[in-house]
Structure formats: C-alpha cells, structure tokens
Design a binder for this molecule. Structure first.
Ligand code: MLT
Length: 400
C-alpha cells in the first residue's frame, strides 16, 4: 500500500489562480461575445524587452556551433549571470554579496516553494495574511504550524511582530497582494526580531523594481545585519517580461545559519547548494543570457520604460477607482491595487459582479487569506487601453 502525504488534504481544493481561470473559462464559454479585461493574475502584457530578445537569439545561435554549444550547465547558474547580479543588484547599491551566495533558478514561485526543503518540519512559520498563496500552501504541504500576521487597513498594512516565537517569517515587500510597502525602520524591526529569536526571514522582493518612493528598502540587505537572518528572492518576470521565459534567483548569504536539534550550526547556503545539485539542472543557457542582458545599458533602459508604463496603469486604475467612490491602497510602489469592496459584499461576490456586469477579472482578497476578505486586487500589468476601459466600465456599473 502506498500512503499519501496527508498534509495535502489540508489544502484548499484548487490553487487560487487556477480557480479563477476555471471561472473565467466558464464565463467566456457562456458569453462568447463579451470582451473580457483580465486584471487578475499578475501576468505581464508587454513582450520580452528587445535587449533580452537579441541576447536569446544570439545564445540560440551559440548552441548551434561546436564551440558555443552548452550541455549541462552549473546548477547554481552561469558565472556571467551571477557576476552581473552581484555587480548590478548589490554592489552598485553598496551591498556586499558574493557570487556563490546567488542561485539562479526558473522562478521565484519555485524558489519560495522549494526553500522549505532545507527547514525542519516542526519549525513555526509566520505568514502575513493576506498573502501570496505559495508561502502558505507549501508550508501546509510539509505540515508546518502557521501563525498568521494580519495586514489590513486597521494596522495600515504593517504586520505586527509575532507574539509567540516563530522560526521562519515570510515577508513580501512591495507586498503582493496589497501593493503596500515597509520603510527601512519598519523592516529593521523584523531583522532585529529575527536576530533575537534566531529566526530566518524569507524575503520576497519580486516587485522591488516598482518602488518609486524614498526610504523604501530595495533589498532586505539594505538593513544592517540582515545577511545573518535573511534569504532574498528576486525575479525577472515582472520587469523584463519573463513570466513565460522563467528566470529568477535566490540569495543565501554564507553567514546564514540554522541549527540541528543538538544545537550544531549549519550553513543554509551549503544545504541549498546540496539540494540544488540534486534536484535541479540549472536554467537554460539561452534564458540566462537573456537575464544577463537585463543589466546591459539598453536592457536597463527598456525595463525602466516597462515599469514606468505599468506604474502609469496603476495610477489610472487607482484614480479611476477613487473617482468611482472606492477606497484604494497600493499602486504607488507596486503594480497591485488593493481596494475595499462595497459594504455587505464578500470578495467573491464582488468578483462575480465585476465579471458579469463589467466583464473584468480581478482577484478576490479572501483568496489570499482570511484577512483579505472584504478586499479585491487589480493588477496594472494590462495594457493602458484596457486599464482606462476597465475604469470606464466600473464607473458605468452600480457596484458600490
Ligand atoms: C500573482 O498574480 O500574484 C502573481 O502573478 C503570481 C506569481 O507571480 O506566481
């Protein structure tokens, strides 16, 4: 007899974005003439930036020559990309990270999900609520005890430090789904807590490029001492249009230590390296060359343009919703706009009405956790035309 991992039975039936996709597919089938505007899952609409595309073409050609051909690459990523990351994302910002602290991967979703492999199953985990579902689901899958940290308008979307001691803490800023941020001093409190309690912060920084305001940390390593307590996740998905290409990286500083039950210190970097070599064969050469090109002068400029235009959409959506009478958060340092649904309506009821009456797809706040109930997320990753049209449609409905 083969027994299952019963933790899976504790999960919701379906992953949030799959549930939404199914609902939208059903609506489309029943209403083939309706033009749906999708502002649900945070998938980009701008194609891969030209600098990356060019690098990919060149890399494809390399693969067709005997000299340029690459077979299995280093599991942790090619040196050329790890060097470019260290130089551009860290050194130039005054942060000292070494190349062997970078692990290139096929996506921050996979990294955030896989990282649990190197942590004990009885670690206590703190997760903000609402939250990107991957942190929660992967910890439920491995049977860990979860402490929820509410982030709502009542606490200005700033999670409070856990009352009980926790071992792992997931933070994502700029936040998915609320689009809100922490200032340096606020993030420092978490680094201090982690130091005091020997906890590890798992810091998802996938939306860092959308920060527009001063005093918002672009990396957790901007905070003194964070290298002793934090793992950072970064992604090329939302900047260079890599949601389908797949490339990201995780930073695990060498001084980051965990403990055996007998109290022996062990380096998380070593564990992750061991795991990576066993379970992963590296991101393709072609994709890593494309990621490298994000750091070229043209690449940087093109990405800046992308971000600028997504932020412009965010502004259009934020203003449009406010004009329509909604209370709105986020959208300033983030591509996500988080709105309060009308009094007396649940997030899913709002989802249904928005789909039926305005043919707009968003994401119900409760799908991100119990404290997301009463809220709704729209993304700025659509086109400008659709962002404007969506706001006009919302204004024409009476969903208030
Ligand atoms: C989201 O919509 O929250 C994200 O696009 C999902 C992801 O990055 O996996």
């Amino acid at each position: 007899m083969s027994y299952i991992n019963e933790n899976f039975l504790e999960l919701q039936d379906s992953y949030l974005f799959s549930t939404i996709a199914k609902k939208v597919a059903k609506f489309t089938e029943e209403n083939p003439d309706k033009k749906i505007i999708k502002l649900g899952i945070g998938d980009v609409t701008k194609s891969i930036v030209p600098a990356c595309l060019e690098a990919m073409h060149k890399a494809v050609d390399d693969m067709g020559t005997t000299e340029g051909f690459k077979g299995y690459g280093p599991e942790q990523g090619y040196d050329f990309l790890r060097k470019a990351i260290v130089e551009n994302d860290y050194k130039q910002r005054g942060i000292d990270i070494e190349e062997d602290e970078i692990f290139v991967s096929d996506g921050a979703k996979c990294d955030c999900g896989n990282i649990v492999d190197i942590f004990a199953e009885d670690n206590k985990v703190a997760i903000t609520d609402p939250v990107y579902p991957v942190y929660l689901d992967t910890n439920i899958m491995s049977g860990r005890k979860i402490t929820y940290l509410p982030v709502t308008a009542e606490n200005n979307f700033k999670p409070e430090l856990p009352k009980e001691k926790v071992d792992m803490i997931y933070l994502c800023f700029p936040n998915n789904p609320t689009g809100t941020v922490l200032e340096k001093e606020e993030l420092k409190k978490w680094v201090d807590y982690a130091k005091e309690n020997k906890s590890i912060i798992l810091y998802d920084s996938a939306y860092e490029a959308f920060i527009t305001e001063e005093n918002i940390p672009h990396s957790i390593y901007d905070i003194e001492g964070a290298k002793e307590v934090a793992i950072e996740f970064k992604s090329y998905s939302k900047t260079a249009g890599f949601t389908g290409v797949r490339c990201a990286y995780v930073v695990i500083p060498k001084q980051l230590k965990g403990y055996t039950k007998a109290g022996k210190e062990v380096s998380f970097n070593q564990l992750w390296n061991r795991r990576t070599c066993t379970k992963f064969n590296g991101v393709s050469y072609i994709v890593q060359r494309a990621a490298e090109a994000t750091y070229s002068p043209e690449g940087k400029k093109q990405i800046e343009e992308n971000i600028k235009s997504y932020l412009e959409n965010a502004k259009i959506i934020k203003q449009g919703l406010e004009e329509a009478g909604f209370t709105v958060y986020g959208g300033v340092n983030s591509p996500y706009i988080w709105l309060k649904v009308p009094e007396g309506m649940t997030s899913w009821e709002f989802f249904d009405r928005l789909l039926e009456e305005a043919n707009i797809v968003g994401t119900p706040g409760s799908g991100f956790g119990p404290h997301g109930e009463g809220y709704f997320r729209l993304t700025a990753f659509g086109t400008k035309e659709n962002s404007i049209e969506a706001m006009n449609r919302i204004k024409r409905t009476n969903i208030r």
